[in-house]
Design a protein around this ligand. Structure first.
Ligand code: ADP
Length: 407
């Protein structure tokens, strides 16, 4: 589903894009030039709808914060627009090429950046059953931005889109076919914008055509996911029907035996909401060590905290399982890229995740791995048959590019 007809023909791709990432009580925004990647400004509004909301805005190297009541997302965007105006940029005027919205779940319907029409809004709403925490919040952001910037075309960029064409064997859960079909149960994958951006950047870094390269991308942030990309096409990913499956995450469990959920219900007496909260909010590193922030976890580990060490070991174990699986699925691996907060910053995770795989052609250079930088960089040795990179992700820029391209 897409509609280009209503696009304002006067918009140019060298105009900046306002990228909006709306969560249930937060809203991140960035105004960025899609061609150069230059960021005009960015900011985050937090605790929207609560008594003590705040907004932080960075522009021209200066960060300003405001603690004020933000009753809803529209109030947050309105306050952001005031920051822009005070800093000499009339975002509400004709300066924007598009507003690009991150939308988490596109289901089977949306697999490309899509101009937002009333019908598209309706469909995103319908898909909320698949992403009850995310799509409604994304829609609030869409409505708020449309209210305040009615003349700027808005575009939805879906987290699931990059994985839309997963091979059936990878996308299908082995459950009763009719039940699965009736309830849209299959593997959709998430973090697609990041996997797409990072894999494209990795191919560019290697100076090779995207379609020629076999890649593993490890997006390790608070949420974490892995993908296998063969000759430019995603063939597998660790997140599934929801962002709960796969790797160990900050607060999410990743893969568990579904029988455990039955046990929690039948034997432990937990209801569906309690199990939901347990698996989404009190599992992962948080559940194992009481701490979901990787930096703090590392500090605790260094101070001899045994739970922190055990959590780290489980995290690495699961990461290596996926790397191993994807190496076999791909047959030949050209490049493995680490990205997001943990992947970009935690050298130990990169070293331990790929330790002792020399027989498989993966040789990490410890000095390169220790380098800190905001640029894409190689951390494997020059003679390592598999190239290993750190590629800082930039989902905002990817959303801006895709939005600008559409309009
Ligand atoms: P998300 O976008 O999913 O919220 P991020 O990609 O920002 O998450 O990653 C957040 C994670 O990255 C946190 O666990 C944080 O502790 C970790 N992180 C950030 N900087 C570092 C660092 N220097 N060393 C280790 N972990 C880090």
């Amino acid at each position: 589903m897409s509609g280009v007809s209503q696009v304002n023909a006067g918009r140019r791709a060298d105009q900046p894009v306002l990228v909006v990432n709306a969560g249930s009580s937060s809203l991140k925004y960035q105004v960025v030039h899609p061609l150069s990647g230059d960021v005009v400004a960015d900011g985050i509004a937090e605790r929207i709808g609560e008594a003590q909301s705040s907004i932080t805005h960075t522009q021209n190297g200066r960060t300003e914060s405001d603690e004020l009541p933000l009753p809803d997302h529209q109030a947050a965007i309105a306050r952001a627009l005031e920051f822009f105006t005070a800093n000499g940029v009339d975002v509400a005027g004709a300066d924007l090429c598009a507003v690009g919205h991150r939308v988490v779940h596109g289901g089977r319907t949306f697999y490309r950046p899509t101009l937002i029409t009333p019908e598209v809004v309706e469909e995103i709403e319908r898909l909320s059953t698949l992403a009850p925490l995310h799509n409604p919040a994304n829609l609030i952001g869409i409505r708020a931005a449309q209210e305040l910037l009615p003349d700027v075309p808005s575009v939805a960029v879906f987290d699931t889109a990059f994985f839309h064409d997963l091979p059936d064997a990878a996308a299908t859960y082995a459950i009763d076919r009719e039940v699965a079909a009736a309830h849209a149960i299959r593997r959709y994958g998430f973090h697609g914008t990041s996997h797409e951006y990072v894999s494209a950047t990795a191919a560019e870094f290697l100076g090779r055509d995207y379609g020629d390269v076999n890649q593993i991308v490890l997006h390790l942030g608070n949420g974490a996911s892995a993908s296998a990309i063969k000759a430019g096409k995603a063939i597998d990913t660790s997140m599934g029907m929801t962002p709960l499956e796969g790797l160990v995450m900050g607060t999410r469990c990743g893969d568990v035996d579904p029988g455990m959920i039955l046990h929690l219900n039948r034997v432990a007496g937990l209801g569906v909401d309690a199990i939901d909260a347990l698996l989404n909010k009190r599992s992962g590193l948080k559940g194992l060590a009481g701490e979901n922030d990787f930096r703090t976890l590392t500090e605790k580990m260094a101070a001899g905290d045994e739970d922190a060490k055990a959590a780290y070991d489980v995290y690495i174990h699961q990461l290596r399982r996926y790397i191993g699986a994807y190496m076999i699925e791909l047959g030949r691996v050209d490049v493995i890229s680490f990205t997001a907060g943990v992947g970009e910053n935690a050298a130990s995770v990169r070293a331990d995740g790929l330790a002792e795989l020399e027989n498989y052609g993966i040789i990490i250079d410890p000095d390169r791995n220790a380098v800190r930088s905001k640029e894409p960089r190689r951390i494997s040795t020059d003679d390592s048959p598999v190239t290993v990179l750190v590629v800082p992700t930039n989902e905002e820029l990817e959303i801006a590019r895709q939005s600008a391209e559409l309009v």
